[in-house]
Design a protein around this ligand. Structure first.
Ligand SMILES: Cc1ncc(COP(=O)(O)O)c(C=O)c1O
Length: 371
């Protein structure tokens, strides 16, 4: 089976992990936490990095730190991971779901302004599968209506919008280091911010809201979202080779582009795009079947599996999630682009260990199955 993803872990990771264990600092204190936070924040171009135990909790922590009034609305894409909606709900905020753009599969930026009400307090752009969101319009709207931006760049480490790395556009920007991400710590995540006070608040809330001056006196409720020094040791080694990982992702994406272009030209499938203002890192290489083929993603994925190729379905849109049906804020809207993406989209193996031969084989099977 060619796996949909495989992390790339090297000798440096082993060396740093061994050092972390030998040092005795195996929980959330120790040199690697600070070094990883500083290195990763520097790589992205932010002042502060606050490492946490996963990307979902990075989003929860970010929204908590902003202290938005209860029932404030947060604009998020419907086509995303459930973590984005959970982060709103666990903070007593209401997610407002938007449809996707047909080509980038990102939140439809042209539809944001009409969704803004007096209760809107934040926008959460998510750079889907490695392609950046068109951030200029979002930043403009955020300024006009005084909204916070909580940026989710879990799938876009190394991607750029107009030459600026994703992760630079949020008051707080959040990332995941799950094993399938461009760099990994096994489980892990980080919040990035430039504002020192906000960074201190994120640090405090991540650590049970302890304050150093009055140990065990708590003025607010925090979380235990701490990352371990051992995870941070892996993260530091991974950050040191992040450029190599990004290069590999782009190479895989471009080879797929080349090999699958004839299918797109025959209007059988849609491939990922790279807008002229974007650097797409092709975190996961998705394709969308043309509805006229009368074959859905599930069928093709089954056939690919029979050939030994693992694939993954696209996100099931948030506005259709059974878990959200009970909420009174849920409106029965149709968001056709995200619904279409779910029905006809899936992604191909996109891991860091993928060989050219494997990519060739996968592209051949895609062609065979679809034609
Ligand atoms: C866009 C996005 N945000 C957040 C997350 C959640 O990260 P984690 O799995 O580390 O909780 C993921 C998936 O892993 C993701 O793809």
């Amino acid at each position: 089976m060619i796996p949909v993803n495989e992390p790339l872990i090297g000798e440096k990771e082993l060396e740093y992990v061994a050092e972390a264990i030998k040092s005795g600092w195996i929980s959330s204190e120790g040199q690697y936490i600070k070094e990883f936070e500083e290195h990763f924040a520097y790589y992205i171009g932010r002042k502060h990095g606050i490492a946490v135990n996963n990307g979902t909790n990075a989003l929860i922590l970010a929204l908590r730190a902003l202290e938005l009034p209860e029932d404030s609305e947060v604009i998020i894409p419907s086509f995303t991971i459930i973590s984005c909606a959970m982060a709103c709900i666990y903070n007593n905020l209401i997610p407002v779901f938007l449809d996707s753009e047909k080509d980038t599969w990102n939140i439809d930026v042209s539809g944001i302004e009409v969704k803004i009400t007096e209760k809107t307090k934040a926008i959460m752009p998510v750079h889907i599968y490695g392609h950046p969101v068109d951030m200029d319009l979002i930043s403009k709207i955020a300024r006009k209506y005084e909204l916070y931006i909580v940026e989710d760049f879990a799938e876009a480490i190394g991607s750029e919008y107009k030459g600026i790395k994703c992760g630079n556009f949020g008051d707080i920007s959040c990332v995941s280091f799950y094993a399938n991400k461009v760099i990994t710590t096994g489980e892990g995540g980080m919040c990035l911010a430039d504002d020192g006070e906000l960074a201190n608040k994120l640090r405090r809330l991540r650590n049970l809201a302890f304050i150093p001056e009055e140990r065990f006196i708590h003025y607010e409720l925090g979380f235990n979202f701490r990352m371990t020094n051992i995870q941070a040791a892996i993260g530091l080694a991974q950050t040191e080779r992040v450029d190599e990982h990004v290069k590999k992702k782009i190479r895989v994406g471009k080879i797929y582009n080349e090999l699958l272009k004839p299918l797109e030209e025959k209007e059988r499938i849609k491939l990922p795009v790279e807008k002229e203002w974007a650097k797409n890192t092709y975190w996961m290489y998705g394709i969308v079947l043309n509805a006229d083929l009368r074959i859905n993603a599930e069928t093709v994925m089954k056939k690919m599996a029979e050939k030994g190729i693992q694939t993954r379905p696209f996100f099931y849109p948030m506005h259709l999630q059974p878990a959200f049906k009970k909420y009174s804020w849920f409106k029965k809207e149709s968001l056709p682009v995200s619904e279409n993406l779910y029905k006809y989209g899936f992604y191909l193996p996109s891991g860091l260990t993928l060989t050219d031969e494997q990519i060739l084989k996968i592209a051949d099977y895609v062609k065979e199955v679809i034609t």
